[in-house]
Design a protein. Structure first.
Length: 199
């Protein structure tokens, strides 16, 4: 099975002015595509060649192939976590779960942004469903290629906080990128679909 580069769910310029077409061209066209090529080259003519990306991420040991596979999966999920005209407030069961877990939607926004901005290095900020958590939702940070899939958690949405996700548009102002994501791009509909599937 060949791992395919996921199709962007919107035009490359659709997230402007918050994320530019230039950033998308490098981030999606170079970084993400490069991870896909690395995975396919590494699994070619091996028993792993027939496995799905999800299966690879959940079962591979730490190392180069895991990093490329997890980065491929994380990026697939990241593009879906944003939407032109996104932001606003969640609705229905997801809104209720956020209020139960964080106190309010505004409190979630604050904690999510603080976690992403405060991650020391490169990585990812996630909203996840965790049946073992008080309430059911948590905010977690992963470093490098880390993903909640390996911890038995169900991702609902993610923000990429590797510098290549924002540096062309925001330079070192990570907080400005995170605020733009939360206020204008966050895809609550995608998060709600993931929450419904995880319950």
């Amino acid at each position: 099975m060949t791992i395919e580069l996921a199709v962007l769910p919107y035009a490359p310029d659709a997230l402007a002015p918050y994320i530019s077409e230039r950033t998308i061209s490098f981030h999606y066209g170079k970084h993400h595509a490069g991870y896909v090529r690395t995975v396919n080259a590494a699994v070619a003519s091996t028993p792993d060649e027939s496995r799905s990306l999800d299966d690879l991420v959940r079962s591979l040991p730490a190392g180069g192939l895991f990093n490329a596979a997890a980065q491929t999966w994380n990026h697939d999920f990241y593009w879906q976590s944003m939407s032109p005209g996104g932001g606003g407030d969640p609705e229905g069961d997801l809104a209720s779960a956020i209020e139960a877990s964080f106190g309010s939607v505004d409190a979630f926004r604050t904690q999510f942004a603080e976690g992403a901005v405060g991650n020391f290095g490169s990585g990812w900020g996630w909203l996840v469903h965790d049946p073992a958590a008080q309430g059911s939702l948590r905010i977690v940070q992963t470093d490098d290629a880390g993903t909640p899939l390996t911890d038995g958690l169900s991702p609902l949405l993610v923000i990429d906080i590797w510098e290549h996700a924002y540096y062309l548009d925001y330079q070192n102002a990570r907080a400005a990128y995170v605020d733009a994501f939360v206020e204008h791009l966050l895809n609550w509909e995608f998060a709600a679909q993931n929450f419904a599937a995880a319950r």
